[in-house]
Design a protein around this ligand. Structure first.
Ligand code: AMP
Ligand code: MG
Length: 351
Protein backbone atom coordinates (compact mmCIF):
# COMPACT_ATOMS: atom_id res chain seq x y z
CA UNK A 1 0.00 0.00 0.00
CA UNK A 2 1.18 3.50 -0.78
CA UNK A 3 2.04 5.16 2.48
CA UNK A 4 0.14 8.14 3.71
CA UNK A 5 3.07 10.19 4.86
CA UNK A 6 1.16 12.71 6.87
CA UNK A 7 2.25 13.55 10.36
CA UNK A 8 -0.43 14.02 12.90
CA UNK A 9 -0.29 12.66 16.41
CA UNK A 10 3.04 11.56 17.72
CA UNK A 11 1.58 8.86 19.92
CA UNK A 12 2.30 5.20 19.51
CA UNK A 13 -0.39 2.54 19.45
CA UNK A 14 -1.71 1.53 22.81
CA UNK A 15 -3.57 -1.59 21.75
CA UNK A 16 -2.17 -4.72 20.14
CA UNK A 17 -4.47 -6.39 17.62
CA UNK A 18 -4.38 -10.08 18.29
CA UNK A 19 -5.75 -11.93 15.33
CA UNK A 20 -4.40 -14.99 13.54
CA UNK A 21 -1.98 -14.30 10.76
CA UNK A 22 -3.32 -14.89 7.24
CA UNK A 23 -2.04 -17.95 5.36
CA UNK A 24 -4.19 -20.91 6.34
CA UNK A 25 -7.35 -21.92 4.49
CA UNK A 26 -9.58 -20.13 6.96
CA UNK A 27 -7.90 -16.86 6.06
CA UNK A 28 -8.03 -17.14 2.28
CA UNK A 29 -10.49 -14.28 1.97
CA UNK A 30 -8.75 -12.01 4.45
CA UNK A 31 -7.23 -8.84 3.01
CA UNK A 32 -4.75 -6.89 5.08
CA UNK A 33 -3.60 -3.28 4.46
CA UNK A 34 -0.80 -1.67 6.38
CA UNK A 35 0.66 1.81 6.33
CA UNK A 36 1.13 4.95 8.33
CA UNK A 37 -1.18 7.86 8.95
CA UNK A 38 -1.60 10.53 11.65
CA UNK A 39 1.95 9.90 12.86
CA UNK A 40 1.21 6.27 13.68
CA UNK A 41 0.49 2.85 12.21
CA UNK A 42 -2.53 1.94 10.14
CA UNK A 43 -3.73 -1.64 10.01
CA UNK A 44 -6.89 -2.60 8.13
CA UNK A 45 -8.21 -6.14 7.71
CA UNK A 46 -11.36 -7.22 5.94
CA UNK A 47 -12.96 -10.31 4.53
CA UNK A 48 -13.69 -10.14 0.82
CA UNK A 49 -14.18 -13.18 -1.41
CA UNK A 50 -13.10 -11.00 -4.36
CA UNK A 51 -9.98 -9.90 -2.46
CA UNK A 52 -10.42 -6.34 -3.71
CA UNK A 53 -7.70 -3.82 -2.94
CA UNK A 54 -9.19 -0.66 -1.41
CA UNK A 55 -5.83 0.82 -0.44
CA UNK A 56 -6.09 3.83 -2.76
CA UNK A 57 -9.54 4.75 -1.48
CA UNK A 58 -8.46 4.26 2.14
CA UNK A 59 -5.47 6.48 1.45
CA UNK A 60 -7.57 9.24 -0.10
CA UNK A 61 -10.10 9.35 2.70
CA UNK A 62 -7.28 9.62 5.26
CA UNK A 63 -5.61 12.38 3.24
CA UNK A 64 -8.94 14.23 3.23
CA UNK A 65 -9.29 13.85 7.01
CA UNK A 66 -5.71 14.97 7.61
CA UNK A 67 -6.07 17.96 5.27
CA UNK A 68 -9.06 18.92 7.32
CA UNK A 69 -7.90 18.39 10.90
CA UNK A 70 -4.13 17.92 11.21
CA UNK A 71 -2.41 20.76 13.05
CA UNK A 72 0.87 19.42 11.57
CA UNK A 73 -0.19 20.40 8.04
CA UNK A 74 0.30 24.17 7.66
CA UNK A 75 -2.54 24.65 5.18
CA UNK A 76 -5.04 22.20 6.66
CA UNK A 77 -8.43 23.71 7.50
CA UNK A 78 -7.67 23.57 11.22
CA UNK A 79 -4.32 25.34 10.72
CA UNK A 80 -5.99 28.06 8.63
CA UNK A 81 -8.62 28.44 11.37
CA UNK A 82 -5.94 28.62 14.06
CA UNK A 83 -4.02 31.29 12.12
CA UNK A 84 -7.08 33.58 11.83
CA UNK A 85 -6.12 36.25 14.35
CA UNK A 86 -9.42 38.12 14.44
CA UNK A 87 -12.93 36.92 15.15
CA UNK A 88 -14.46 35.44 12.00
CA UNK A 89 -15.85 32.48 10.10
CA UNK A 90 -14.17 29.85 7.93
CA UNK A 91 -15.88 27.46 5.53
CA UNK A 92 -14.85 23.90 6.43
CA UNK A 93 -15.70 20.39 5.22
CA UNK A 94 -18.13 17.82 6.64
CA UNK A 95 -15.33 15.97 8.49
CA UNK A 96 -14.43 19.10 10.46
CA UNK A 97 -18.07 19.94 11.15
CA UNK A 98 -18.94 16.42 12.33
CA UNK A 99 -15.95 16.28 14.66
CA UNK A 100 -16.78 19.74 16.02
CA UNK A 101 -20.36 18.64 16.80
CA UNK A 102 -19.25 15.45 18.57
CA UNK A 103 -16.58 17.46 20.42
CA UNK A 104 -19.30 19.84 21.67
CA UNK A 105 -21.36 16.88 22.89
CA UNK A 106 -18.46 15.31 24.76
CA UNK A 107 -17.29 18.66 26.15
CA UNK A 108 -20.77 18.91 27.69
CA UNK A 109 -20.96 15.28 28.86
CA UNK A 110 -17.50 15.41 30.44
CA UNK A 111 -18.28 18.73 32.17
CA UNK A 112 -15.51 20.45 30.24
CA UNK A 113 -12.77 17.83 30.82
CA UNK A 114 -12.68 17.26 27.07
CA UNK A 115 -11.77 20.60 25.55
CA UNK A 116 -10.43 20.83 21.98
CA UNK A 117 -9.98 24.59 22.40
CA UNK A 118 -6.87 23.88 24.51
CA UNK A 119 -4.52 24.23 21.54
CA UNK A 120 -2.65 27.32 22.87
CA UNK A 121 -1.84 25.44 26.11
CA UNK A 122 -1.12 22.10 24.42
CA UNK A 123 1.36 23.95 22.24
CA UNK A 124 2.82 25.78 25.26
CA UNK A 125 3.51 22.46 27.02
CA UNK A 126 5.38 21.16 23.97
CA UNK A 127 2.77 18.97 22.26
CA UNK A 128 1.03 19.24 18.86
CA UNK A 129 4.18 20.70 17.32
CA UNK A 130 5.05 23.07 20.20
CA UNK A 131 8.37 23.24 22.07
CA UNK A 132 8.25 22.67 25.82
CA UNK A 133 9.41 25.69 27.88
CA UNK A 134 12.63 25.42 29.93
CA UNK A 135 10.88 26.96 32.92
CA UNK A 136 7.18 26.99 33.74
CA UNK A 137 5.71 30.49 33.59
CA UNK A 138 2.54 30.30 35.69
CA UNK A 139 1.27 33.73 34.64
CA UNK A 140 1.60 32.68 30.99
CA UNK A 141 -0.37 29.49 31.76
CA UNK A 142 -3.09 31.57 33.45
CA UNK A 143 -3.36 34.00 30.56
CA UNK A 144 -3.45 31.21 27.93
CA UNK A 145 -6.10 29.39 29.95
CA UNK A 146 -8.46 32.37 29.59
CA UNK A 147 -8.54 31.97 25.81
CA UNK A 148 -8.89 28.16 25.85
CA UNK A 149 -12.64 28.55 25.97
CA UNK A 150 -14.58 26.19 23.69
CA UNK A 151 -17.67 28.40 23.96
CA UNK A 152 -15.82 30.93 21.77
CA UNK A 153 -16.02 28.48 18.85
CA UNK A 154 -19.21 27.51 16.99
CA UNK A 155 -20.13 25.33 14.03
CA UNK A 156 -22.96 26.12 11.61
CA UNK A 157 -24.43 24.46 8.57
CA UNK A 158 -26.33 25.92 5.60
CA UNK A 159 -28.32 24.20 2.85
CA UNK A 160 -28.63 26.04 -0.46
CA UNK A 161 -31.73 26.13 -2.68
CA UNK A 162 -30.10 23.40 -4.81
CA UNK A 163 -29.71 21.21 -1.74
CA UNK A 164 -25.93 21.64 -1.34
CA UNK A 165 -24.72 21.67 2.25
CA UNK A 166 -21.99 24.02 3.45
CA UNK A 167 -20.27 23.93 6.82
CA UNK A 168 -18.73 26.79 8.77
CA UNK A 169 -16.75 27.32 11.93
CA UNK A 170 -16.70 30.66 13.72
CA UNK A 171 -14.44 32.08 16.43
CA UNK A 172 -15.63 34.96 18.60
CA UNK A 173 -12.05 35.84 19.60
CA UNK A 174 -9.04 35.77 17.27
CA UNK A 175 -6.94 34.00 19.90
CA UNK A 176 -9.21 30.93 20.11
CA UNK A 177 -7.59 27.86 18.50
CA UNK A 178 -8.51 24.20 18.06
CA UNK A 179 -6.69 20.89 18.56
CA UNK A 180 -8.53 17.73 17.54
CA UNK A 181 -5.63 15.50 18.63
CA UNK A 182 -7.83 13.65 21.12
CA UNK A 183 -10.63 12.85 18.68
CA UNK A 184 -9.44 12.94 15.03
CA UNK A 185 -7.71 9.56 15.09
CA UNK A 186 -10.97 7.94 16.16
CA UNK A 187 -12.74 9.86 13.41
CA UNK A 188 -10.16 8.60 10.88
CA UNK A 189 -10.94 5.02 11.97
CA UNK A 190 -14.68 5.65 11.49
CA UNK A 191 -14.09 7.24 8.08
CA UNK A 192 -12.15 4.16 6.84
CA UNK A 193 -14.73 1.83 8.43
CA UNK A 194 -17.64 3.63 6.73
CA UNK A 195 -15.83 3.63 3.39
CA UNK A 196 -15.33 -0.16 3.49
CA UNK A 197 -18.91 -0.75 4.61
CA UNK A 198 -20.13 1.37 1.69
CA UNK A 199 -18.16 -0.95 -0.63
CA UNK A 200 -20.12 -3.94 0.67
CA UNK A 201 -17.56 -5.23 3.20
CA UNK A 202 -19.40 -6.74 6.19
CA UNK A 203 -16.49 -8.02 8.27
CA UNK A 204 -13.63 -5.66 8.95
CA UNK A 205 -11.26 -4.22 11.51
CA UNK A 206 -9.63 -0.78 11.26
CA UNK A 207 -6.81 0.16 13.63
CA UNK A 208 -5.04 3.53 13.66
CA UNK A 209 -2.42 3.57 16.39
CA UNK A 210 -4.54 1.53 18.77
CA UNK A 211 -7.91 3.15 18.06
CA UNK A 212 -9.96 0.31 16.60
CA UNK A 213 -13.37 -0.32 15.09
CA UNK A 214 -14.74 -3.71 14.07
CA UNK A 215 -17.75 -4.88 12.12
CA UNK A 216 -18.97 -8.42 11.65
CA UNK A 217 -16.77 -11.33 12.67
CA UNK A 218 -13.31 -12.71 11.95
CA UNK A 219 -12.71 -15.58 9.49
CA UNK A 220 -13.28 -18.17 12.23
CA UNK A 221 -16.83 -16.85 12.74
CA UNK A 222 -15.94 -15.37 16.14
CA UNK A 223 -15.73 -11.71 17.14
CA UNK A 224 -12.50 -9.85 16.35
CA UNK A 225 -10.09 -10.14 19.28
CA UNK A 226 -8.32 -6.97 20.41
CA UNK A 227 -5.55 -6.90 22.99
CA UNK A 228 -5.18 -4.03 25.44
CA UNK A 229 -1.60 -3.05 25.99
CA UNK A 230 0.04 -3.55 29.37
CA UNK A 231 1.37 -0.07 30.23
CA UNK A 232 4.33 -1.43 32.21
CA UNK A 233 5.44 -4.59 30.38
CA UNK A 234 5.03 -3.14 26.88
CA UNK A 235 7.61 -1.19 24.94
CA UNK A 236 7.24 0.64 21.63
CA UNK A 237 8.68 -2.34 19.78
CA UNK A 238 7.29 -5.15 21.85
CA UNK A 239 3.65 -4.90 22.79
CA UNK A 240 2.29 -7.10 25.58
CA UNK A 241 -1.45 -7.48 25.99
CA UNK A 242 -2.85 -7.11 29.49
CA UNK A 243 -6.32 -8.24 28.47
CA UNK A 244 -8.01 -9.42 25.30
CA UNK A 245 -11.55 -8.42 24.42
CA UNK A 246 -14.04 -9.65 21.83
CA UNK A 247 -15.28 -6.72 19.78
CA UNK A 248 -18.34 -7.07 17.56
CA UNK A 249 -19.77 -4.04 15.75
CA UNK A 250 -18.11 -1.71 18.23
CA UNK A 251 -15.07 0.52 18.62
CA UNK A 252 -12.38 0.77 21.28
CA UNK A 253 -10.00 3.65 21.95
CA UNK A 254 -7.24 3.83 24.52
CA UNK A 255 -5.60 6.91 26.00
CA UNK A 256 -2.52 6.73 28.14
CA UNK A 257 0.12 9.05 29.47
CA UNK A 258 2.96 6.57 29.94
CA UNK A 259 4.54 7.20 26.55
CA UNK A 260 3.90 10.78 25.49
CA UNK A 261 5.33 13.24 28.01
CA UNK A 262 7.99 15.96 28.42
CA UNK A 263 10.36 16.55 31.29
CA UNK A 264 10.37 20.21 32.36
CA UNK A 265 12.70 21.13 35.20
CA UNK A 266 12.82 17.51 36.30
CA UNK A 267 9.02 17.24 36.36
CA UNK A 268 7.08 14.78 34.19
CA UNK A 269 4.60 16.72 32.05
CA UNK A 270 2.10 14.43 30.33
CA UNK A 271 0.18 15.23 27.17
CA UNK A 272 -3.26 15.25 28.84
CA UNK A 273 -4.00 18.82 29.89
CA UNK A 274 -6.50 19.58 32.61
CA UNK A 275 -8.72 22.42 31.30
CA UNK A 276 -9.54 23.48 34.87
CA UNK A 277 -5.92 24.24 35.80
CA UNK A 278 -4.16 24.61 32.44
CA UNK A 279 -1.49 22.14 33.66
CA UNK A 280 -0.72 18.59 32.50
CA UNK A 281 -2.88 16.16 34.46
CA UNK A 282 -0.85 13.46 36.18
CA UNK A 283 -3.03 11.22 38.32
CA UNK A 284 -3.03 7.51 39.18
CA UNK A 285 -4.54 6.53 35.79
CA UNK A 286 -2.03 5.04 33.37
CA UNK A 287 -4.49 4.18 30.65
CA UNK A 288 -8.17 4.23 29.85
CA UNK A 289 -9.89 2.05 27.25
CA UNK A 290 -13.38 2.96 26.15
CA UNK A 291 -15.73 0.77 24.12
CA UNK A 292 -18.66 2.38 22.34
CA UNK A 293 -20.53 2.35 19.02
CA UNK A 294 -18.06 4.46 17.05
CA UNK A 295 -14.42 5.34 17.41
CA UNK A 296 -14.83 9.15 17.37
CA UNK A 297 -16.78 9.01 20.63
CA UNK A 298 -14.51 6.31 22.09
CA UNK A 299 -11.39 8.40 21.39
CA UNK A 300 -12.78 11.58 22.95
CA UNK A 301 -14.22 9.78 25.99
CA UNK A 302 -10.91 8.01 26.64
CA UNK A 303 -9.10 11.36 26.79
CA UNK A 304 -11.88 12.83 28.97
CA UNK A 305 -11.40 10.00 31.47
CA UNK A 306 -7.63 10.59 31.64
CA UNK A 307 -8.40 14.19 32.67
CA UNK A 308 -11.07 13.18 35.19
CA UNK A 309 -8.88 10.70 37.07
CA UNK A 310 -9.89 7.35 38.57
CA UNK A 311 -13.04 8.39 40.46
CA UNK A 312 -14.31 10.85 37.85
CA UNK A 313 -13.71 8.36 35.02
CA UNK A 314 -15.48 5.57 36.90
CA UNK A 315 -18.44 7.87 37.42
CA UNK A 316 -18.54 9.01 33.78
CA UNK A 317 -18.47 5.43 32.48
CA UNK A 318 -20.97 4.12 35.03
CA UNK A 319 -23.48 6.91 34.35
CA UNK A 320 -23.45 6.54 30.57
CA UNK A 321 -25.20 3.38 29.33
CA UNK A 322 -23.62 3.75 25.87
CA UNK A 323 -20.03 3.44 27.03
CA UNK A 324 -18.05 0.68 28.70
CA UNK A 325 -14.52 1.01 29.90
CA UNK A 326 -11.45 -0.30 31.61
CA UNK A 327 -9.17 1.85 33.76
CA UNK A 328 -5.59 0.83 34.52
CA UNK A 329 -4.07 2.69 37.45
CA UNK A 330 -0.98 2.55 39.58
CA UNK A 331 -1.20 1.81 43.27
CA UNK A 332 2.43 1.66 44.25
CA UNK A 333 5.67 2.00 42.31
CA UNK A 334 5.40 -0.49 39.45
CA UNK A 335 2.17 -2.08 40.69
CA UNK A 336 -0.97 -1.96 38.61
CA UNK A 337 -4.61 -2.40 39.40
CA UNK A 338 -7.53 -2.23 37.02
CA UNK A 339 -11.25 -1.60 37.07
CA UNK A 340 -13.70 -2.66 34.33
CA UNK A 341 -17.35 -1.72 33.93
CA UNK A 342 -19.79 -4.67 33.92
CA UNK A 343 -20.29 -4.45 30.12
CA UNK A 344 -16.52 -4.42 29.61
CA UNK A 345 -16.12 -7.52 31.77
CA UNK A 346 -18.65 -9.31 29.58
CA UNK A 347 -16.47 -8.92 26.49
CA UNK A 348 -13.16 -9.61 28.25
CA UNK A 349 -11.70 -12.96 27.18
CA UNK A 350 -8.76 -13.36 29.47
CA UNK A 351 -7.89 -11.87 32.83
P1 AMP B 1 -5.39 10.98 23.26
O1 AMP B 1 -4.13 10.24 22.97
O2 AMP B 1 -6.55 10.60 22.39
O3 AMP B 1 -5.77 10.94 24.71
O4 AMP B 1 -5.12 12.49 22.90
C1 AMP B 1 -4.12 13.24 23.50
C2 AMP B 1 -3.98 14.57 22.80
O5 AMP B 1 -5.18 15.32 22.99
C3 AMP B 1 -2.89 15.45 23.35
O6 AMP B 1 -1.65 15.18 22.74
C4 AMP B 1 -3.41 16.85 23.02
O7 AMP B 1 -3.14 17.15 21.66
C5 AMP B 1 -4.92 16.70 23.16
N1 AMP B 1 -5.44 17.05 24.49
C6 AMP B 1 -4.76 17.12 25.68
N2 AMP B 1 -5.59 17.40 26.70
C7 AMP B 1 -6.82 17.51 26.17
C8 AMP B 1 -8.12 17.78 26.72
N3 AMP B 1 -8.29 17.99 28.02
N4 AMP B 1 -9.18 17.83 25.86
C9 AMP B 1 -9.03 17.61 24.54
N5 AMP B 1 -7.83 17.36 23.96
C10 AMP B 1 -6.75 17.29 24.76
MG1 MG C 1 -8.57 10.55 22.55
Amino acid sequence: MKRTVLLYLMIAGLIVSSCKSPGNKENEELVSLEGRTMGTELNVQYIDSLKRDFSKEVDSVLIEVNNSMSTYIPNSLISIFNKMDTAGTLEVDRHFYQVLLIAKEIHRESHGAFNPALYPLIHYWGFSGGTAPDEIDSSKVDSLLKICNFDLIHGTMAISGEGDTSYYVTKDDGRAQLDFGAIAKGYGVDAVHDLLRSRGIASLMVDIGGEVRCSGVYTDGKAWRIGIEDPIKSTVNSKKAMQVIALENKAIATSGNYRNFRIINGQKMVHTINPASGYPELNSLLSVSIVTEDCTHADAYATSCMVLGLEGARELISKNPDIEGMLIYGIEEGELEYWSSPGFKEITLKD
